[in-house]
Design a binder for this molecule. Structure first.
Ligand code: ATP
Length: 371
């Protein structure tokens, strides 16, 4: 996405975060480092203790100069946010949303695909290879709104959804380019039959752009309720789903069972064509029910690492890592309980590393050293 990599180092900020976050990052990071090393790139890691524990101890999830620290890196790998000692909105608004906003990470990419060896509860999922492109700066996530008459029987609360032509255009352009590169179509997901202002603007802007610049990319429009059903009934019929912030969030979680569950779905927060580092994180949250048990699936985090490598010009390393995940989840050692296995988080991560080493030993050296 950012073109070929020119440096042989990659500066990576790593935030384990809350719950299972530190566990999955610990298991995934060595495989990510190995994949980069296979192509001659050294990953320089800065570990950051940001998250709920820091907020409770020091009053802030991140230091004052957090954005400057992040900007000194090429990318951020984030485990999960959501601390049992904090309300869910505090966790999200103290770390992940400020990062997305300050860095203007306007694209949230969430690929969902079927994996050999991982059973899906969704029938007909086998050939699915879709990606949710979620607008990441506006919609229902701007924080605009408020409450009046608080605590009284007349209490009123509002959350104002914000949809701008600029934000729709830039994310739609990204989705069209991606669909063109993947040889797929774009499916625009709205609710413009009910939300007649914001989602009507989505329809207009995306259609205009499609006609003006992407005549070769098929575009279809659907309502979010119909899409919820289609994801379960005919997921393989989908390519690139272009969604608002809220719909992309919900549908990508809803699509996770296609891949075997939340433990298999990665994501990337990107500001394409800028110098902002991307933030790469599993779609899952902190999963407090299994935190500390050593059974969390690290694959979503490994796959987020693959997206990170690709966004930093290391396409071949990213593909190698994804292939290694594909091999690992077909073995007993590579499958944690959520995808039908008995492996631990650590051993699943090690299985990816072993698969990677074995794939590397088969690949021609010239191919491996190409940056
Ligand atoms: P949060 O409030 O931080 O979003 P949550 O528990 O509400 O946390 P998720 O963390 O997204 O939501 O996960 C929902 C459930 O899915 C978890 O409770 C857990 O059982 C399962 N799950 C999520 N991620 C994983 C994983 N990596 N490995 C195994 N199971 C997982």
């Amino acid at each position: 996405m950012n073109g070929a990599r020119k440096s042989n180092t990659l500066k990576l900020a790593v935030i384990g975060g809350d719950g299972i976050g530190p566990e999955v990052v610990r298991a995934a990071l060595p495989a990510i480092i190995d994949a980069a090393a296979a192509y001659g790139v050294e990953v320089l890691v800065t570990e950051l203790d940001w998250g709920g524990d820091r907020l409770l101890a020091k009053g802030a999830a991140m230091p004052d100069d957090a954005i400057g620290i992040v900007r000194a890196h090429d990318a951020v790998l984030l485990g999960a946010v959501g601390h049992p000692g904090l309300s869910a909105d505090v966790s999200v608004w103290s770390l992940v949303l400020p990062l997305r906003k300050a860095l203007d990470l306007y694209v949230n990419l969430r690929p969902v695909r079927a994996w050999n060896g991982v059973e899906s509860v969704v029938r007909n999922a086998e050939l699915t290879d879709l990606v949710v492109v979620r607008e990441n700066t506006e919609g229902e996530y701007t924080g605009v709104g408020g409450r009046v008459h608080t605590g009284s029987v007349h209490e009123v609360a509002t959350d104002v959804a914000v949809h701008s032509r600029r934000a729709i255009t830039r994310v739609a352009r990204y989705a069209f380019d991606l669909a063109r590169a993947r040889g797929q179509g774009v499916t625009l997901v709205t609710k413009s039959n009910v939300s007649r202002h914001g989602y009507a603007l989505w329809d207009e802007v995306v259609e205009e752009l499609g006609v003006a610049e992407y005549g070769d990319v098929p575009l279809e429009k659907t309502f979010v309720d119909a899409m919820a059903a289609r994801l379960i009934q005919r997921p393989a019929s989908l390519g690139v789903l272009l969604c608002s912030n809220l719909f992309g969030d919900i549908l990508s979680d809803g699509a996770a069972p296609i891949a075997g569950g939340l433990g298999m779905v990665p994501s990337a927060n990107l500001a394409p064509d800028t110098d902002s580092p991307g933030v790469f994180e599993p779609v899952h949250g902190s999963a407090p029910d299994i935190a500390g048990k050593g059974i969390a699936n690290p694959m979503a985090c490994v796959l987020s690492g693959a997206m990170l490598l690709r966004a930093n010009g290391l396409d071949a390393a990213a593909s190698l890592l994804e292939e290694a995940v594909g091999v690992a989840v077909q073995t007993d050692e590579g499958r944690t309980p959520d995808i039908g296995g008995r492996s631990t988080t650590a051993s699943a991560g090690e299985t990816v590393r072993a698969a990677l080493a074995s794939a590397q030993s088969r690949a021609p050296r010239t191919e491996r050293l190409r940056l």
